[in-house]
Design a protein around this ligand. Structure first.
Ligand SMILES: [Zn+2]
Length: 63
């Protein structure tokens, strides 16, 4: 399976090979927060963080 970073610098899921969906929301203080979530045979999430790079790195370490 090819393990190449996509345009969001994310690695594909090690189980199904699909790329996860980066999510973006505003927290209670209207400050932007990010998370990477993916669901296939198990549900994976990095949790929310104010730094997009942090969640990308968290995802890529896990895969
Ligand atoms: Zn998957």
């Amino acid at each position: 399976m090819a393990r190449e970073l996509n345009e969001d610098s994310l690695l594909p899921c090690p189980f199904c090979g699909e790329y996860p969906t980066p999510k973006e929301e505003l927290d209670d203080n209207d400050s932007r927060i990010y998370a990477i979530e993916h669901e296939c045979n198990i549900y994976m999430t990095t949790g929310w963080d104010h730094d997009k790079r942090t969640v990308i790195d968290a995802w890529n370490r896990r895969t």
